[in-house]
Write a protein that binds this ligand. Structure first.
Ligand SMILES: Nc1ncnc2c1ncn2[C@@H]1O[C@H](COP(=O)(O)OP(=O)(O)OP(=O)(O)O)[C@@H](O)[C@H]1O
Length: 254
């Protein structure tokens, strides 16, 4: 991938927690490019480092070693204040727990990041995003008056409204039934196809990963393999293979 096509780059990223006997290398030298206008899923067994990688890529956490670039900006050397501004202006987040403000309406939640940044929403873009999430008639409702799937679509719209360079989604369908998951994933997929959005998503779910263009598989803090144009079946097979490798390695380690 040429440098201009890369939205986010991890270069030899390590994340070490603790020391001595309790030391854990959550990430052990991860290098990966995330293309502009691409939808990438990150998968791997529990504890393999998925969330840690996402947090390092999004500038929410600092690697112990290695570098993370958003475009040509090195996040690992950016002073905290500039990093905060960069996260606000250039990155969108979707979390498993929706994280909407309960006292605000759906519409107010969507425009909150822009309001906080003192920016006016681009009305055409707002209409496009709100149209795409299919909640035009629900915008005056509070989160508690919306279903989980509707709340997560509001959270996706909030992530997209500032036209960020990248949307990072950490288990966005983890709390949803399969139908609501499909709605949220359709929305993320359309944002990539129709608006050239870049999306990086951590998931446990092979069906969710099949909406992506590419799946990266982590085990023990390292990239093990990747799949291009995945289907739920090929993702499931790759996960099974990883688990078998892991079991064999565990047996050999005694
Ligand atoms: N703050 C921390 N302090 C110590 N160890 C941590 C910390 N955060 C994560 N770890 C460890 O780092 C490893 C990777 O954790 P991480 O949460 O990134 O994995 P994951 O693949 O996202 O797991 P899951 O699928 O269960 O959410 C795990 O062994 C975890 O226990």
């Amino acid at each position: 991938m040429s440098v201009g096509d890369v939205a986010v780059r991890a270069a030899g990223v390590w994340k070490r927690y603790g020391g001595g006997l309790t030391q854990v290398d959550a990430l052990a030298g991860v290098s990966a490019d995330f293309g502009k206008g691409r939808f990438t899923a990150i998968m791997g067994p529990s504890g393999s480092g998925k969330s840690t990688l996402l947090h390092c890529l999004a500038g929410l956490d600092k690697p112990s070693d290695g570098k993370v670039f958003l475009g040509d900006v090195d996040l690992t050397t950016l002073p905290e204040k500039q990093l905060t501004h960069l996260r606000r202006d250039r990155i969108g987040f979707v979390f498993q727990a929706f994280n909407l403000v309960p006292t605000l309406s759906a519409l107010e939640n969507i425009t909150l990041p822009l309001d906080l940044a003192g920016r006016k929403p681009d009305q055409d873009w707002m209409t496009t995003v709100v149209d795409t999430i299919g909640l035009m008639d629900r915008l005056r409702h509070k989160p508690s008056e919306l279903s989980g799937g509707q709340q997560q679509r509001v959270a996706c719209a909030r992530a997209l409204v500032s036209r960020p360079d990248v949307v990072f989604a950490d288990e966005p369908t983890g709390n949803l039934d399969s139908r609501s998951s499909g709605d949220v994933l359709d929305f993320l997929h359309r944002s990539v196809r129709e608006f050239n959005q870049t999306v990086v998503m951590v998931t446990h779910d092979p069906t969710a990963a099949s909406y992506a263009d590419r799946v990266l598989f982590l085990a023990d803090g390292q990239l093990q393999s990747e799949l291009v144009d995945p289907t739920a079946e090929t993702v499931l097979d790759a996960m099974k293979q990883l688990e078998t490798q892991q079991d064999t390695a565990d047996e050999l380690a005694g």
